[in-house]
Ligand binder design. Structure first.
Ligand SMILES: *[C@@H]1O[C@H](CO)[C@@H](O)[C@H](O)[C@H]1NC(C)=O
Ligand SMILES: *[C@@H]1O[C@H](CO)[C@@H](O)[C@H](O)[C@H]1NC(C)=O
Ligand SMILES: *[C@@H]1O[C@H](CO)[C@@H](O)[C@H](O)[C@H]1NC(C)=O
Length: 566
């Protein structure tokens, strides 16, 4: 073909020359025209950009719950389930409003006592502690609603287990532990937020679903515009409606001034709204004062647990099966062990991992906390080679293969709301729709992790998302019952006054309770990231440290390849 072109070369030269002459003759007018056009375009673009900036602080009508009510109508069953779920996570709400700081819960003036039941403590038995909350004036609190976390730990054994907190709604809280190991153990209780702060968080969740906002770039030809996007947008400006056809998941952007809705190029986190609190409310969110501050013991917090008795008396056996709280596992020597269920194997070397994953396709869907699993495996197993899809860093999609052992590992982020840097519009997919596209089978493993990006919205939004995912999981398991589906739960994270307002563990706790309830009874495996971060001695982090990820991978792989019982 190129050979044929060569005979036209003289013609091209002639054309080019005449074009040049024409250009030189008109250069003056052309220059003027160009300058005007370019500057007009530039002015327009600047106007559009500043329109975007001006549109940023969105005044929301405080009296409307925008986001929760959007989306397709619920069936009677769905509505009943939603009511039940919301009731089940109802948080005690003190009747008092506008409490001054001095009357709010103060961890430094509160204390707990470890209750000795008289008998000796043995592995498999229980331990209870009683927490008594006080305010900054040292007065006992008379209502509940504080958000407490508790764990039983042994630094010398690098052991830990989550405790279960019961709010008596009178200023007292019981903490229950199951005793998993013999040896020393100490009770640790932390005030995450006083009830007064939880009330503020609840208000933000209902009234300010815009406190994290999103944006999309629209582009066509010379023009580009950026507008604000969210699950729901206030005001009467024209909108682009990106509601998903299959799931009915709503998503909107303000319509660009000049461009059509179809010219959306990407999706990105816009930013965080500031000045969400009154000065009074801000006092309930102070580092080292009332955010994640330990509560001290009155008396000793330490106990010694004796080994399990060989012959258990009948009464004790019964007591254990009625345990008020059964954690999903505990750490011993930094290794997670499951209570009941499959024993956790340790996958310390790459050979064991490859042997386990041989012939498998692993699909990981969700937020960055499951991307950590992909990253861990990809980094730890040299035979797994990441295939360069030229995806943006931290966003994906990502793919790793070991063609020798026929292993395929994939990661894709969940659909909006997602606070990732920039996701191409063409890569915005809902997990439910992705699941519909999987044939499934005994060599297919699916991991779903969706929680963190929903913390700024009313719980109904998360329920709707999980309902769609659950429906797709049920269909997948119907057509291919051998498919292994795992769900990684929410985890604890580091909180400060700012992070608390968008990502508090209190939001995560509520979402996590909904997640567990909605998948209860289905043949899916829960990887209890909540307890695995609560029970560990390392500080909480949105992205848990490698040792905790390693333990999650151990749990994950233990379900992919359970130990054969001999
Ligand atoms: C919200 O609406 C209710 C009833 O529509 C009204 O009684 C209440 O005063 C309103 N609150 C605010 C803060 O506007
Ligand atoms: C958005 O589109 C969906 C269908 O695609 C429709 O059901 C919904 O009412 C629309 N929402 C708005 C606010 O226009
Ligand atoms: C894995 O490593 C841990 C810590 O080094 C060790 O205690 C454990 O025995 C190892 N497990 C296996 C199966 O190799």
């Amino acid at each position: 073909m190129w050979g044929n072109l060569s005979k036209f070369t003289p013609l091209f030269l002639l054309l080019a020359l005449s074009g040049l002459i024409l250009l030189l003759r008109n250069i003056h007018t052309l220059e003027k025209f160009n300058c005007q056009t370019v500057s007009a375009l530039h002015q327009l673009q600047t106007k559009l950009d500043s329109a975007f900036r001006a549109a940023l602080p969105l005044p929301l009508d405080r009296n409307k719950t925008y986001c929760g009510l959007l989306g397709p109508d619920l069936t009677a069953n769905e509505a009943a389930e939603e009511r039940h779920l919301l009731d089940s996570i109802a948080w005690p709400e003190p009747r008092l409003s506008a409490v001054p700081l001095r009357q709010s819960s103060d961890p430094s003036r509160s204390f707990f006592v470890v209750l000795s039941s008289g008998g000796e403590l043995r592995v498999g038995g229980q331990l209870e502690a009683l927490v008594h909350m006080h305010d900054f004036q040292g007065q006992p609190k008379r209502h509940g609603g504080d958000f407490l976390l508790a764990r039983l730990a042994s630094p010398e054994l690098r052991a830990g287990v989550a405790g279960h907190v019961v709010d008596h709604q009178n200023g007292f809280y019981s903490v229950h532990f199951l005793l998993p190991w013999a040896g020393p153990a100490q009770v640790e209780v932390t005030l995450v937020h006083p009830s007064e702060a939880v009330q503020v968080l609840r208000r933000l969740r209902e009234e300010r679903p815009d406190r994290v906002f999103f944006k999309s770039l629209f582009r066509s030809g010379y023009f580009s515009e950026t507008t604000v996007c969210n699950l729901c947008l206030p005001g009467h400006q024209p909108l682009c409606n990106y509601t998903d056809r299959h799931t009915g998941e709503p998503w909107f952007c303000y319509k660009p001034k000049l461009l059509g809705c179809e010219s959306r190029i990407n999706h990105a986190k816009g930013g965080y709204q500031k000045r969400l609190l009154t000065n009074q409310e801000a006092l309930f969110f102070q580092n080292d004062v009332n955010i994640k501050v330990p509560i001290q013991a009155s008396g000793s917090a330490r106990v010694i647990v004796l080994p399990e008795r060989k012959e258990k008396p009948e009464a004790e056996k019964r007591k254990n099966t009625d345990a008020v709280f059964r954690p999903s596992g505990f750490y011993y020597q930094d290794a997670w062990q499951a209570f009941g269920g499959l024993p956790v194997r340790q996958f310390n070397d790459t050979t064991a991992i490859i042997e386990c994953l041989q012939g498998k396709v692993v699909h990981m869907f969700g937020d960055s906390t499951v991307r950590q699993w992909f990253e861990y495996l990809n980094a730890f197993v040299p035979d797994l080679k990441e295939f360069n899809l030229r995806s943006p860093k931290n966003v994906g999609p990502f793919l790793a293969v070991d063609s020798e052992h026929n292993i395929l590992l994939k990661y894709r982020c969940h659909g909006p709301p997602i606070r990732f840097s920039t996701v191409a519009a063409s890569e915005l997919r809902y997990v439910a729709n992705e699941l519909e596209g999987l044939p499934g089978g005994r060599d297919t493993v699916v991991v779903v992790t969706v929680w963190s990006h929903f913390s700024t919205f009313p719980v109904e939004v998360y329920i709707r998302r999980l309902r769609n995912i659950r429906r797709a999981v049920v269909r997948l398991l119907d057509r291919a019952p051998d498919t292994l589906v795992l769900i990684r739960t929410a985890n604890l994270q580091a909180l400060d006054p700012e992070v608390s307002l968008y990502n508090s563990d209190w939001f995560s706790l509520q979402l996590d309770a909904v997640l567990r309830a909605m998948f209860r009874g289905l043949p899916v495996v829960m990887v209890d990231a909540w307890e695995m971060t609560l029970a560990h001695w390392l500080p909480h982090a949105l992205h848990p440290p490698p040792i905790i990820v390693k333990n999650m991978i151990d749990v994950f792989l233990s379900h992919v390849c359970p130990k054969r019982r001999s």
